[in-house]
Design a protein around this ligand. Structure first.
Ligand code: HEM
Length: 356
């Protein structure tokens, strides 16, 4: 069946099924190209990069003790949206906190561009009776919804005097947004490669690999969650004057966090071995190796910051590393769960006989 043979104007059962699918399945994607342009993909990637970037810049606010450089929200200081010279806070802290707030507008602009572009794309495809995975539209809304939630949560964080619970929630919501952006980027990239001559049914990887990828995601989430608790119980509250912490011994929770990392690394080793025992797309092995490399580096930074009394440069690097580890884990899982296969070799194919 050729791309475009099927009318997706909302009348067929297939279309109705597609509309309830959270993520386009390989079958859907094999129906034809999704018509996503290079510009759209770039925009989605820019959203992912920006959402990771704001975690690091937000971290710098906390690590330089600038969290209350603007003591109120949404105004910076009572009666002014921007910092004023009459404020008690140092100009350095005011600039960092206010600069981070301004970045929200960059994020919002990228997020609005992503959803508007996706809506235009969707309307065009629908009008032309062409295939469109509706879930792509849903995921294109993630950056905007996430940015609005984070702007409000940022306000709560300031208004609660940098409560560690609000700071932790702020970080975890960012992780959810990053996961949504990864799905968006992956989904917009998964199209039938140009020149593919024959479509094969999608390959299902062995169950053990799929289970390992799910276990990796869960353990990555645990590592990140425990990391956030470590931060919340440690010295980096966001402002030198704020003593509010989780009532947990930072040393004990740090070791628990590190132990969960060892489990995570073990699972990475397991999936790497599994990916070499069966023929799988080369790209999956590359993703697993990337995850292994970044995770080992992240672990090393973790130990360095722990033994050196959490100075801010490695802590900031550790925040970036956490975003990358999480994003790559999601990326690997998505690759393992849906492997399209084309006979022209543009995507290395796994043999069906091995896919049970
Ligand atoms: C895959 C490896 C790792 C990941 C994904 C990870 C992730 C995280 C995350 C998400 C945070 C919280 C960041 C924040 O809320 O600002 C954190 C904090 C922390 N992690 Fe890790 N971590 C890893 C390895 C390690 C290791 C091996 C150690 C060694 C003990 C470690 C020590 C710490 C410490 C001390 C903090 C608190 C830093 C602070 O005071 O802000 N991490 N980690």
């Amino acid at each position: 069946m050729l791309a475009g043979d099927i009318n997706f104007r909302g009348r067929s059962t297939r279309h109705r099924l597609m509309s309830v699918t959270a993520i386009a399945t390989p079958q859907e994607l094999l129906v034809g190209t999704t018509g996503v342009t290079r510009g759209m993909r770039w925009l989605f990637q820019a959203n992912l990069v920006a959402q990771i970037g704001i975690v690091v810049t937000g971290g710098l606010v906390r690590l330089t003790g600038s969290g209350l450089g603007c003591p109120t929200w949404p105004e910076c200081v009572d009666g002014s949206l921007t910092p004023t010279s009459a404020q008690d806070e140092s100009s350095w802290h005011k600039a960092i906190e206010f600069g981070n707030r301004l970045l929200t507008f960059v994020l919002a602009a990228l997020a609005i561009a992503a959803i508007v572009t996706a809506i235009v794309w969707w309307r065009r495809r629908r009008a032309a009776g062409r295939y469109y995975p509706r879930s792509l539209l849903a995921f294109a809304a993630v950056p905007l919804i996430g940015t609005i939630v984070q702007a409000l949560l940022g306000g709560v964080t300031v208004l609660t005097g940098l409560s560690p619970y609000a700071v932790a929630a702020h970080f975890l919501v960012s992780m959810a947004i990053i996961a949504g952006c990864v799905v968006l980027v992956v989904q917009s990239a998964l199209v039938q490669p140009r020149g593919a001559t024959h479509q094969e049914p999608p390959v299902r990887l062995p169950r053990v690999i799929r289970l390992l990828a799910i276990a990796l995601l869960i353990s990555s989430a645990i590592v990140v969650f425990l990391g956030v608790i470590v931060t919340g119980s440690g010295p980096h509250s966001g402002d030198a004057g704020v003593e509010s912490r989780f009532p947990i011994d930072p040393r004990t929770i740090s070791w628990l966090h590190a132990d969960s990392v060892w489990l995570f690394l073990g699972l990475i080793a397991g999936i790497l071995v599994a990916l070499y025992l069966v023929p799988v797309p080369l790209t999956l092995r590359k993703r697993a190796w990337l995850l292994a490399g970044v995770s080992v580096g992240q672990g090393a930074v973790g130990y360095i910051q722990y033994f050196t009394g959490v100075p801010w440069p490695p802590v900031a690097l550790h925040m970036l590393g956490a975003c990358l580890v999480w994003a790559i884990t999601v990326w690997l899982l998505l690759g393992v769960m849906r492997v399209p296969s084309y006979t022209n070799g543009s995507i290395a194919t796994a043999k069906k006989s091995n896919a049970r």
